[in-house]
Design a binder for this molecule. Structure first.
Ligand code: NAD
Length: 307
């Protein structure tokens, strides 16, 4: 049988390359491929493997006449036009669960960094400015988790052990999971007005795009901290900027931006604020998670091929 042509369009763990090459695949590794080049060359591939950088929009997928499987080496599929893929019978697989611990640990690190003002204090200390700043404990405070899925639960377990109360909002209320952390499902408004730390861990889709806009921001408890490691598009960024400037939201920590890297002026203004922490989409960027991403993606891919 003819070898399957595989295109890998983002940087992946070497384990994935090695495993694919060992099997019946012709692998083309182009971790920096531009969308124009992708559009021009995608017709020859049976399988495309990508992370979050590459966008598989309809105009690109229309050229993918031989494509059978899109493998997202990661979690969110918001960078793939899944509706169009489905209409063409192109299967989409992911590495669900592979980075849960890594993202959960990052969430807690970002929350503590905001509460103790760690980043500005580090910069000050290195610049010879030795000034103490008074922060807050997480213990005894309330966490509100928007999107109580895998990462939501894993984060809540750590927060619970620190001594926090857990509130959660989700369209699907996993009662067993919330029981594990002694928390409660509440409405979005109840969550926003009662939480000291709000974690946004919801999947980005049409239903969650801009779920935090002006109306919701008005409900946020004054002086609360916001942590987002899911996708920026769930928040109206310009509204967030206003609330950060007014001090109503005390700090924002994010691993995701509207444009990665940022391009818009308001976006650059937002991330330049001293009460904003930004990391360059590193939620799954640990040795352990990257290895798991490669393993889960390949297992799911091989299972799909042998169906
Ligand atoms: P998951 O599917 O286990 O959980 C997502 C939860 O969101 C589900 O419980 C779902 O019911 C809920 N949800 C979906 N739409 C909703 C809506 N409109 N309102 C309320 N709740 C809604 O996924 P997960 O593994 O916990 O990952 C969550 C998200 O984190 C991913 O979709 C991805 O975007 C992001 N993520 C980011 C990184 C990173 O590097 N920063 C890494 C992994 C995942």
């Amino acid at each position: 049988t003819k070898k399957k042509n595989v295109l890998i369009c983002d940087k992946v763990d070497s384990l994935m390359l090695d495993e694919l090459k060992k099997r019946e695949f012709d692998v083309n590794y182009e971790p920096e491929i531009a969308s124009m080049k992708l559009k021009d060359s995608i017709e020859k591939y049976d399988i495309v493997i990508l992370r979050s950088r590459t966008k598989l929009t309809q105009d690109i997928l229309e050229k993918a006449v031989n494509l059978k499987i899109i493998a997202r080496a990661g979690i969110g599929v918001d960078n793939i036009d899944t509706k169009y893929a489905k209409s063409r019978n192109i299967q989409v697989i992911t590495a669900a669960g592979s980075s849960t611990h890594s993202v959960a640990e990052l969430n807690v690190a970002l929350a503590v960094s905001l509460a103790r003002n760690l980043i500005p204090l580090d910069i000050n200390s290195k610049n010879g400015i030795w000034i103490k700043d008074t922060g807050f404990e997480l213990s005894g405070k309330t966490s509100g988790i928007i999107g109580f899925g895998r990462i939501g639960l894993s984060t809540a377990k750590i927060l619970k052990s620190i001594g926090m109360e857990i509130l959660a909002y989700d369209i699907f209320e996993n009662q067993e999971a919330i029981k594990e952390v002694g928390g409660h499902f509440v409405s979005m408004n109840e969550l926003l007005s009662n939480s000291d730390f709000i974690f946004i861990l919801v999947t980005l889709s049409d239903s969650s795009s801009n779920i935090i806009g002006e109306e919701q921001m008005k409900m946020v408890k004054s002086g609360s901290f916001l942590i987002n490691t899911s996708r920026s598009e769930v928040i109206d960024g310009r509204v967030l900027l206003n609330y950060l400037e007014s001090g109503r939201i005390k700090g924002y920590a994010t691993d995701v931006l509207w444009n990665e890297p940022p391009t818009e002026e308001w976006e650059k203004t937002l991330i330049s604020k001293p009460n904003v922490i930004v990391t360059p989409h590193i939620g799954a960027q640990t040795v352990e998670a990257q290895k798991r991403v490669a393993e889960y993606t390949l297992n799911n891919l091989f299972a799909k091929i042998s169906e």
